[in-house]
Ligand binder design. Structure first.
Ligand SMILES: [Zn+2]
Length: 399
């Protein structure tokens, strides 16, 4: 299909269209210099973008202790081994164009600490990048746990890692230019908008900006996203009540407002447990990618943490959405989202260290449950069955 389009393009007029980035290889064979002009979407190959989301990457004191290499200096980031944190989700995120995670701590300020004031070595962020996490969300209630130094070092270190991050800025000028975070992925311009209900009472140090749940500012950011050409806006709120499987009225109100403003996908975090999700259809009779108006997952739960009370703080979601460009109208459609349950094991329960394993891993590896210790396998299955039977995600396919 692509070749046909390219031939058609050149048989009409080279000068009147923009060349799609995907076509450069073929153009080189024809010894034609690409021209910086626009191709009508009618002639463009159908674009698809697959985006995965994991929940809150937490770092409690016991996780720190477990990651510390025996005998190494606890104040040095190099002394921590986080290789176990993302090792079992490679297959799940391997086919995604981009994977998004909420990183719930400042980095780079020793001495490192767990709850209540988190401070993580940057090595956990390096491991996330190595493992395929492409976008960090940092507007959350723990970003300011180490004050001005913490937010400054976090921004500096994420910049030096070259990883995309969003939700906090050096000053209001940077906020205006970087919020929402717009990424062009496979030719689709996607805006990511991350904001938090609060920062645990710590004031945002001047001149830094942390996106808050301020409806005026959030609406402004949405409008900026559209003005800058975003074809879809994904909101990533840090909100809701801890340990509740169902969203509260405030979350629902906010979701409605975000949708009214044109946000099509909402993926939340903070409650430490998965919360309900829904897919809204404009018209059932249309093909799926034209019919889906909105996708909402109120909370994905923890990704990794030391929490185990209530039981479903160890159960969590990995959500994958697919955007698809309609090659006639150019509009961006959404395919039905996929979600998968994961389980967070503490140190010594499955591996030596804390790790997260998709529940399906045990279905596909029938002997793997023998490796699970301290009665945790039964607990995992019981919790998973309980939550699954609540039908929190009516109408969504479970993969
Ligand atoms: Zn939180």
């Amino acid at each position: 299909m692509k070749n046909l389009f390219i031939k058609l393009l050149f048989s009409i007029s080279v000068t009147s269209f923009i060349l799609p980035d995907i076509a450069y290889g073929q153009l080189a064979d024809r010894e034609i210099t690409p021209l910086p002009i626009e191709i009508p979407r009618l002639l463009k190959e159908k674009d698809t973008v697959v985006i995965s989301f994991i929940g809150d990457v937490m770092q409690h004191g016991k996780q720190l202790k477990s990651a510390l290499i025996p005998g190494a200096d606890p104040d040095s980031a190099d002394s921590y081994d986080y290789s176990h944190v993302f090792k079992y989700i490679g297959e799940q995120i391997g086919n995604s164009d981009i994977t998004v995670a909420n990183m719930e701590f400042p980095v780079g300020v020793p001495p490192y600490s767990g709850y209540p004031e988190f401070s993580a070595p940057v090595s956990i962020a390096e491991e996330a990048v190595r493992s395929g996490i492409d976008l960090f969300l940092i507007a959350n209630n723990h970003l300011l746990d180490k004050g001005e130094k913490g937010i400054r070092r976090t921004i500096e270190l994420y910049d030096s890692l070259g990883v995309n991050y969003t939700g906090a800025y050096r000053d209001s000028l940077e906020e205006k230019s970087e919020n929402p975070k717009i990424l062009v992925i496979n030719g689709v311009k996607i805006a990511f908008l991350n904001f938090t209900y609060g920062t645990n009472g710590f004031p945002v140090p001047e001149p830094f900006v942390v996106n808050g749940m301020d409806s005026i500012e959030v609406k402004k950011a949405i409008r900026r996203g559209f003005e800058r050409g975003a074809e879809i806006i994904i909101a990533l709120p840090h909100w809701g009540e801890e340990y509740q499987l169902y969203p509260n009225e405030e979350q629902k109100k906010w979701a409605e407002m975000l949708k009214r403003e044109g946000v099509r996908v909402i993926i939340g975090g903070h409650p430490h447990v998965p919360q309900t999700g829904e897919t809204e259809y404009a018209e059932e009779s249309l093909p799926q990618e034209k019919a889906i108006k909105n996708i909402v997952f109120y909370s994905l739960g923890n990704y990794i943490s030391n929490q185990s009370e209530p039981d479903y703080t160890q159960l969590e979601l990995l959500v994958t959405i697919t955007l698809v460009r309609d090659n006639i109208s150019g509009a961006i459609g959404l395919l039905p989202p996929k979600y998968e349950y994961l389980w967070c094991f503490k140190a010594g329960e499955f591996e030596k260290d804390y790790t997260v394993v998709p529940i399906d891993y045990f279905k596909n590896n029938p002997k793997a449950h023998k490796k699970v210790r301290h009665g945790q396998y039964g607990r995992m299955v019981k919790t998973y069955e309980y939550v699954k039977n609540l039908n929190l995600y009516k109408g969504l396919s479970h993969e």
